[in-house]
Design a protein around this ligand. Structure first.
Ligand code: PEP
Ligand code: MG
Length: 425
């Protein structure tokens, strides 16, 4: 049982210098602080992120969300006891009462939901990942294969009509520490190659810590990644994945990469050609958020060969996951806690995906903080994969360092998920 003795939110900054919500929950055991992330290439079906739309911070202030925590929510929960994550989250869902958390704001609700998870772990004197695993009914844990976003594009790099993320998947390793080492070494080889080819300008970083080289061709970027993997000595052990974030280059009728237009069928063929040539094992948001026919076509074409990850189309929402299941639209869930707004709903999304044989990728947002909550969530849910950006910039590295600490402290008792990666060929 967790007794809430005080609750205080405040406005802090995220990794892009935009305001976000920090929430401090007090119990007799201590004070539990959480910080809420924020996306840029957001899905239109995500729970509502409440912004002030006032003069301060160019409209991006979150003082209304902060005030909702400190007034409406605090008044309702301070002095109360909650026995489980579900009980607290159900209470918050009722208090908000809207479909998409538009009354209180998903950013207001999530901060408390995450802080409560920490308080619950402390109450039971266990690690956060164990406690989250308990809340999800998990019996065992695992360390995720990290998807490392080493070349940033699209909205995360100020580019239009562009593939957003090019990721290293260090799969064939026996521990997380070895996998992250291989990923970080390859990242540095890539940096050296970019510097040699284009000069130091090409090694500046995008929002998620990846490089933003002056290369418009997707094929050239993938070629370069394969060369870096080879030069680092990890050929065959590190695979490649893309997050196309294609809602950003879909105009309702056609897709455009650079100036080249594609129908959904042509885009599927284009992806298939990339898969054949560049060791691609995963494609996220290959189709736009509501283009279910495009999703179904892509999954039919490539779903037996590679992971087809749903992000903007699913928004960590069980209702949208059910639609995707009916339409056979993907085979993997990208799980972002702030897309849905509570820890419990994130757990339900992961359980539904798992029950239907999908893989699960616990993910950061492009706007992050030093809060490493999602590292514990990935281990606790035994998701098998994580997506926390490049092995650079502290808001990303905080998550990797937490995973290293979990693995190190468990002294080999928590297995690395590389062996169970579904499409390692
Ligand atoms: C993504 O699209 O998967 C992502 C992490 O970006 P954002 O947070 O901008 O939605
Ligand atoms: Mg995405």
């Amino acid at each position: 049982m967790v007794k809430i003795t005080a609750l205080k939110a405040m406005q802090i900054l995220d990794s892009r210098g935009n305001p976000t919500v920090s929430c401090a929950l007090s119990t007799p055991k201590g004070i539990f602080v959480s910080m809420v992330p924020s996306g840029a290439s957001t899905g239109t079906h995500e729970a509502l992120e409440l912004r002030d739309n006032a003069k301060e911070y160019a409209g991006k202030g979150v003082l209304k969300a902060v005030s909702n925590v400190n007034s409406i929510i605090a008044k309702s929960v301070v002095g109360k006891d909650f026995f489980s994550q579900r009980e607290l989250d159900d209470f918050l869902l009722k208090l908000d009462g809207t479909e998409n958390k538009s009354k209180l704001g998903a950013n207001a609700i999530l901060g408390l939901s995450m802080s409560f998870a920490r308080a619950l772990a402390s109450e039971n004197n266990i690690e956060l990942y164990e406690s989250l695993g308990n809340s999800a009914g998990k019996k065992s844990f695992s360390l995720p294969v990290p998807q490392l976003n080493v070349l940033n594009g699209g909205k995360h790099a100020g580019k239009e009509n562009d593939i957003q993320e090019h990721m290293l998947f260090p799969i064939k390793f026996s521990s997380f520490a070895e996998a992250i080492r291989a990923g970080a070494e390859t990242y540095h080889v890539l940096k050296g190659m970019l510097k040699k080819k284009f000069g130091a300008q090409a090694t500046l970083l995008g929002d998620e810590g990846g490089f933003v080289p002056p290369m418009d061709s997707v094929e050239q970027r993938l070629e370069l990644m394969l060369s870096a993997i080879k030069e680092a000595g990890y050929e065959g052990k590190i695979k490649i994945g893309l997050d196309c974030a294609s809602s950003e280059f879909f105009d309702g009728k056609k897709y455009s990469i650079g100036s080249k237009p594609f129908s959904a069928a042509e885009l599927s063929d284009f992806y298939a050609s990339l898969v054949d040539s560049y060791e691609i094992v995963s494609i996220e948001d290959g189709m736009a958020e509501d283009d279910w026919n495009g999703w179904a076509e892509l999954t039919k074409k490539l779903g037996k060969k590679i992971q087809i990850v749903g992000d903007d189309n699913l928004v960590t929402n069980t209702g949208r996951i059910k639609t995707a299941l009916e339409k056979k639209a993907c085979n993997s869930l990208l799980l972002k806690v702030n897309q849905i707004g509570t820890v419990s709903e994130s757990i339900w999304a992961s359980r539904l995906a798992e029950k239907n044989g999908w893989s699960i990728v616990v993910s950061h947002r492009s706007g992050e903080t030093e809060d490493a909550f999602i590292a514990d969530l990935a281990v606790g849910l035994a998701s098998g994969q994580s997506k926390f950006g490049a092995p650079a910039r502290s808001e990303r590295v905080a998550k990797y360092n937490r995973l290293l600490a979990i693995e190190g402290h468990a002294s080999g008792k928590i297995p690395f998920s590389g062996k169970s990666f579904p499409f390692s060929k």
